[in-house]
Design a protein around this ligand. Structure first.
Ligand code: A3P
Length: 345
């Protein structure tokens, strides 16, 4: 009797479980098909009231379809007026640090319906020639967006360029910044690798990292080498803090963005006061690339281009030790200033 009841219970559980899984699959399929059906509707009715409550999927559709068209320069003035699109100055800038993971953050953030990225590095504030063209020139370099959306730019050279903080302050003293930090020695090697590949593609030879990073006369760390200078984060950060309070900076842990990107992205959403959206994305580890890529239901899959995530050349361990020792006191100061501690050696 007891055995019969148990079998009946198991049967009921099986039916209920199947129903639940079936409904879930139906919902997923329905969301996908809704998105695919959207282009048949007139564009305005697709987006409904403009504001933070915009449906992410619809906004994505907008960003990938309409905005892409506009970026390619196909938009007429009439279309721009009709859709109330504007080119806005950035509300947040990814200022560095070079090779910290800045492209990964920009690309991931751009998936958020409330964020629109400037696709190229504009180099407005660090390049005197561009800066002389004026703020309107800069604004015209920005992508089209809805007024409620946030435009984000990234130019990692900003972080290390002397004049930049003052120039940005003159544009907007309450702007938000993203700083990326990666363990300084690894970052320096990554920086070197980028240049090495540049030479490699031009069929040219280049110095070994060891030769550049260590001064042959003193056998000490060569602070004139740019890849080393850039990794002395405090030196640059102190210059920025003369203009902006630390609260306006969000520090992104470059190491964690590689190993555990979702929590880092959620911190970024919080900093920008955005609706939580990234939980919808499935950040999956792509073993071939060796990095996390983005997967969204059945119709979106994105990894960064091959120029990111290159294999670094092997570097003499004694040079690595020397560099780590050199960066150590600067790192301690960096932890003090930012109130964040990283597990850098
Ligand atoms: P490497 O190419 O040296 O591995 P930036 O965009 O600032 O130039 O930074 C490039 C670095 O971003 C890469 O350095 C890589 O380690 C890191 N990165 C972080 N997340 C990544 C991702 N999801 N895909 C590829 N690279 C990523």
């Amino acid at each position: 009797m007891l055995f019969k009841q148990q079998a009946l219970l198991r049967q009921k559980l099986f039916v209920l479980g199947s129903l639940a899984i079936g409904s879930l699959l139906y919902l997923v399929a329905r969301v996908g098909s809704l998105d695919r059906l959207q282009p048949l509707c007139p564009i305005d009715s697709r987006f409904g009231p403009r504001g933070q409550d915009e449906i992410p999927l619809r906004a994505l559709q907008f960003k990938r379809g309409l905005l892409h068209e506009f970026r390619k320069g196909n938009a007429t003035k009439e279309q721009i007026r009709l859709h109330n699109l504007v080119q806005q100055l950035p509300k947040a800038i990814i200022i560095g640090v070079r090779k910290g993971g800045t492209r990964a953050l920009l690309e991931m953030l751009n998936l958020h319906p409330a964020v629109v990225k400037a696709s190229q590095e504009i180099h407005f504030f660090d390049n005197d020639e561009n800066y002389a063209k004026g703020i309107e020139w800069y604004r015209k370099k920005m992508p089209f967006s809805y007024p409620h959306q946030i435009t984000i730019e990234k130019s990692p050279a900003y972080f290390i360029t002397e004049e930049v903080p003052e120039r940005i302050y003159k544009m907007n003293s309450s702007i938000k910044f993203f700083f990326f930090f990666w363990e300084p020695t690894t970052r320096a090697i990554s920086d070197y690798t980028q240049v090495l590949f540049f030479f490699f593609f031009k069929n040219k030879t280049y110095y070994k990292f060891e030769k550049l990073a260590i001064d042959p006369n003193t056998c000490e760390v060569n602070t004139k080498y740019k890849a080393v200078r850039t990794s002395i984060y405090t030196k640059h950060l102190e210059r920025w803090l003369k203009y902006f309070p630390i609260e306006q900076f969000h520090i992104v842990d470059g190491d964690r963005l590689i190993t555990e990107p979702l929590p880092e992205l959620q911190l970024v959403e919080k900093f920008l006061n955005l609706l939580f959206f990234f939980f919808l994305y499935n950040l999956y580890f792509n073993a071939t690339r060796g990095f996390y890529c983005l997967f969204f239901f059945f119709f979106f899959n994105k990894c960064l281009a091959g120029s990111k995530g290159r294999i670094h050349p092997e570097v003499d361990t004694s040079v690595i030790t020397k560099l780590r020792k050199f960066f150590h006191p600067f790192n301690q100061k960096f932890y003090q200033i930012t109130g964040r501690t990283f597990k850098w050696p």
